[in-house]
Design a protein around this ligand. Structure first.
Ligand SMILES: N[C@@H](CCC(=O)N[C@@H](CS)C(=O)NCC(=O)O)C(=O)O
Length: 203
């Protein structure tokens, strides 16, 4: 088993690296350099026809793409220290938060990155006005997330989950893109410091 990975700041491969590190899974990495467009080669598209990282390749050559799907597979084969929830209720709550983080936070950050950031201008046709319009959407999403985190150590209270991993990777990628956590979000800042200090966050 090996992970076709892309280095920081790419948020999606990082989700899988942190997930594996939190569970103590040793995941061999093979680097796919996004800057060199290696993810768009014919050979890589054989593994993921969308030409995106990460991809987990099993020992028999079967590829799995989509970071959450890869993590679900890892959870199935290494059920100890569950990160998708420990009960029916927690599993539903983790799923709810994963979708909320992906749709409410990741989507506007991704829109800004694709349509307003100078780096992506080199590789995609941008609609800059649309991209810039996501700036306020990201700030509003951060303020909403801050309110949700009040009084909690992690998104689900005292239980650390893949929802925290996804949110951490999103917040850090947003900062890389120039969208810092806004002032007046103390719960978000405290949560970010807490999850960043976990050893797995460095994976
Ligand atoms: N939904 C996918 C998103 C994968 C994704 O967008 N990966 C980025 C790297 S973080 C990528 O390969 N971008 C290049 C592209 O989309 O062309 C997942 O969760 O794995």
């Amino acid at each position: 088993m090996k992970l076709y990975n892309s280095a920081m700041p790419a948020p999606n491969p990082r989700r899988v690296r942190i997930f594996a590190a939190e569970k103590g899974i040793d995941l061999p990495l093979e680097e796919v350099a996004l800057a060199k467009r290696e993810h768009k080669s014919d050979a890589f598209r054989e593994k993921n026809s969308l030409g995106q990282t990460p991809v987990l390749e099993l020992d028999d050559g079967t590829p799995i793409s989509e970071s959450v799907s890869i993590c679900r597979y890892l959870e199935e084969i290494h059920p100890e220290k569950p990160l998708f929830g420990r009960s029916a209720l927690e599993r539903a709550q983790v799923d709810m938060w994963l979708r909320r983080v992906e749709f409410a936070l990741m989507a506007p950050v991704g829109n800004f990155w694709r349509h307003a950031h100078p780096y992506t201008a080199k590789v995609v046709k941008q609609f800059n006005e649309f991209g810039e319009s996501n700036r306020e959407g990201v700030a509003a999403a951060f303020r909403w997330f801050d309110r949700e985190l009040e009084g909690k150590n992690f998104i689900l209270g005292d239980y650390f989950s893949i929802a925290d991993i996804t949110a951490l990777c999103t917040v850090d990628f947003a900062a890389f893109a120039g969208l810092e956590m806004p002032d007046g979000t103390p719960h978000l800042h405290a949560w970010h410091a807490r999850v960043s200090s976990r050893p797995g966050a460095a994976a």
